[in-house]
Design a binder for this molecule. Structure first.
Ligand code: GLC
Ligand code: MG
Length: 425
């Protein structure tokens, strides 16, 4: 977790359902636009934090359904579970904090007396979270009565109503806001607070995120009434919080621009990125740009023009080799030649390509090793290759761009393509 140790340039803390993920966008365009922006401009020195109401089980399910990036930190179950990295190592210190004045049995005992409450699925009942459904019209009264009952029994709890239907009972010290405050305190204690923090949400359980001092906040355009109302009552006039014009992840990109937090043009919004100015040279950008070109080429969204192929070839060492997952080797020039013949072969079909966790390590004064997961969605099939690319600076510094000198891929378990003879990149 080197980027945490360094102090992040920007830390984005985003809710998932209806914030990062738009369930009304079958094409996932705003999410894919965000992904390309993050991997090309932020991944190397910034932190991505997902903060969701979902339990680990439902979070993992969502990751299978939507093209989501791998966050650096995952906060689940409404701020009651914090984990780090891809392997999701739990923060045991946080569990200690949550055990204070909390007794799950008393909560289940008292709540059983309320007929208005319907228990949510078993997966959503967690060590520090008990969750129900309750009708919008009854929510306020139930919350008040329940809170009195539990207080009488000696508990210090918090009740949160979200999405006009979900009621969560948590320890008082829990919640998305408290979990973020805990992380910020930890980074500060280490002398590495993030340069800027942007919180993003759409519903009731996100409200707390917006009350943490010194953070910027975006309520996406499609935010729920309960969040807008909370804002009107508690944070109206705070210039660091906006209600975006755009939905979901597009609203997050809008906020990055509004608050001047860094680059806010997704490579997906650049029509001709082969002619993209080199103001933004980093290995992440190079990789994102290449795979986006590959997607557009096969979708037939860019012209079948020789200049593109010439320019691609010029950015590869003539002897550069691509080692396929099967172990087969071809020169990169040969691979580009094969791709050339596939122009538009995915036209009108479901075909998307994105990269995740692009991280580069210098291996010399002008050489880098770049590792990332390359995803390809083709119809109903989804493939993923753990990819390593070796890049050299073209000139004396990277400002002149890169030369690709080697590519190696291995299938990610569970996402193999049975026959890789038609696999291109
Ligand atoms: C997610 C969780 C659910 C919770 C809701 C609101 O949907 O799965 O348990 O009640 O978020 O926080
Ligand atoms: Mg949400």
């Amino acid at each position: 977790m080197d980027r945490i140790a360094m102090g992040a340039r920007l830390m984005i803390v985003s809710d998932l359902d209806h914030t990062m993920v738009d369930h009304h966008d079958a094409e996932n365009m705003s999410l894919l636009r965000f992904n390309a922006l993050w991997e090309s401009n932020y991944r190397h020195d910034s932190l991505l934090v997902f903060s969701t109401g979902r339990s680990p089980a439902l979070y993992k399910q969502l990751r299978k359904e939507k093209p989501m990036l791998t966050p650096d930190i995952t906060i689940m179950s409404v701020g009651t579970e914090i984990t780090y990295g891809n392997s999701m190592v739990p923060d045991d210190g946080w569990v200690e904090v949550l055990n204070q004045k909390w007794d799950r049995n008393i909560v289940t005992d008292e709540t059983s007396k309320f007929s208005e409450l319907t228990l949510q699925a078993e997966t959503e009942q967690r060590p520090h979270k008990v969750s129900f459904y309750v009708d919008r019209t009854k929510a306020q009264t139930v919350m008040k009565e329940l809170s009195e009952c539990l207080q009488k029994r000696g508990l210090d709890i918090k009740i949160i109503y979200s999405g006009g239907m979900d009621l969560d009972i948590l320890p008082q010290g829990a919640g998305k806001g408290q979990a973020l405050a805990y992380l910020l305190k930890k980074f500060k204690a280490e002398g590495k607070p993030p340069g800027n923090t942007l919180v993003c949400g759409d519903s009731g359980n996100d409200a707390e995120l917006f009350s943490i001092p010194e953070v910027y906040g975006v309520m996406v355009s499609n935010a729920q009434e309960e969040l807008l109302q909370w804002h009107a009552e508690n944070a109206r006039g705070n210039p660091n919080i906006i209600h975006a014009k755009e939905r979901c992840a597009a609203g997050i990109i809008e906020a990055i621009g509004h608050f001047n937090l860094g680059p806010n043009t997704s490579p997906r919004d650049v029509a001709d990125f082969m002619e993209c100015k080199l103001e933004n040279v980093n290995p992440g950008h190079e990789v994102v740009k290449f795979y986006l070109f590959y997607e557009r080429w096969r979708r037939g969204e860019i012209d079948n023009c020789e200049a593109y192929i010439t320019s691609l070839k010029a950015s590869c060492d003539p002897t550069a080799v691509f080692v396929f997952p099967s172990g087969v080797e071809r020169t990169l020039h040969e691979c580009i030649h094969r791709m050339r013949g596939c122009h538009g072969d995915q036209k009108g079909k479901q075909f998307r390509v994105w990269v995740d966790s692009v991280l580069s390590t210098p291996t010399g004064s002008s050489t880098w090793e770049v590792k990332f997961d390359k995803w390809e969605l083709s119809g109903d099939e989804q493939y993923c290759c753990v990819t390593t690319v070796k890049l050299n600076a073209k000139g004396s510094s990277a400002s002149a761009g890169y030369t690709w000198v080697n590519v190696q891929q291995k299938w990610l378990e569970g996402f193999e393509k049975k026959d890789d003879s038609t696999w291109l990149f």
